[in-house]
Write a protein that binds this ligand. Sequence first.
Ligand code: SF4
Length: 458
Amino acid sequence: MSETSATFKAKSTVKSADLDHRQKINFNIARYNAVVPQGKHQFADVHLARERAKNVKWKAIETLDQQLEAFEKNFTRNGGKLLWAADAQEALDQVLEICREKNCKTIVKSKSMVTEEIHLNPFLEKNNIESVETDLGEYIQQLDGEAPYHIVTPAMHKSKEDVAKLFAEKLGTDPKLSPEELTLVAREKLREKYVQAEVGITGANFIISDTGSIAVTENEGNARLSSAFPKTHIAIVGIEKMIPSLTDLGLFWPLLATYGTGQKITVYNTIISGPKQANETDGPEEMYVILLDNGRTNIIGNAKQRESLYCIRCGACLNACPVYKNIGGHSYGATYSGPIGSVITPHLQGMPEYKHLSYASSLCGNCTEVCAVKINLHELLLENRNEAVETGSSSFGEKIAWKMWKRASLNRGMMNMSNGKMKNWFINKVFTGWKKHRSELHFSQKTFNEMWKERFKK
Ligand code: SF4
């Protein structure tokens, strides 16, 4: 068993027994479930909208090389500077080089899963650059020294009392502050940072090839401040965030809002096409986009898994997943958690170390049902399991056990050899590894042949 798998099992075991955690998650997901149906009412046919979005992403990913070239051409024509990063280290080095050039001491950063993926904050800290998270949920997580718990709602596992206690410990505020008062405290602290920061870093929800723009969606206005206040703006984006045309936003913005938070449209949707122009008063003097691969081309090269790149990171599959709701976001030990994380992480970070995530699913298919862009998530999880076996990532013991199982189940004589009681004993007492993290198997007391005979007699 890999170390990552052992850690996953240990953390999941603890979390699934934590009733306080379960109560907080159920509370927050119930609020989400209450508003999403309202958001869906804006679509005349929500299934058609999802199907169309899937088709647009299909086109974007199938022609990604051309779309990326068009994006580069259009973005640089707008005055932006484009950098290509094959992996996390290259992206980190590029950020550091820009920061050194600008003599940067402080960065304001808006929520971005890609920057979590490349572990940007610890890297900057090591290089004596302060990086301040400006999204309230991320700010809370940064204060607590924790990674985001959820791709849309980073502090979903914390109650308002938890946050008040955290602020009291870290910022010396009254532990009885209300959510509104806590927000004001964060706002006051962050305003100072916007003024100080030499560089602002954001991600992007979409990159748009026909105009050479990025689109950023948020509810707090912090991404706008992070991208427009400092003199230099760096956007770090995964190459799969591509959409072919600006007009596609008319479909993707409402879809992302509804499936992400149940809103009709997110409060702030910003299209940024380059640095401040000569006739403009706001915006950065310089703008960089770092296009990150970091394993995404592995997925493009895999025809069956390619559709996982259509993901718009709405988080709906996490909220719908019975496994996620029990073990929580941190147990996965990966940047992307929940069903989509279990699909892509083995391809981004290595099948041997992360194949176990593909087994963290009941295959109920709820994730596929709710996916904003109709990705066949549960089938991709099965496909991952298949690939893990095909590429030799399964253990010797597992292979032997399945061989024996196959042999027995294909042999009627062997299946009829003992009664249900014996079978239960054999499987549950001999294959203890199976039972360790699962409930016991219970065989029928009668064999199939016995039941068939009884029915035939009638
Ligand atoms: S896989 Fe689908 S449901 Fe899950 S985050 Fe991505 S778009 Fe949303």
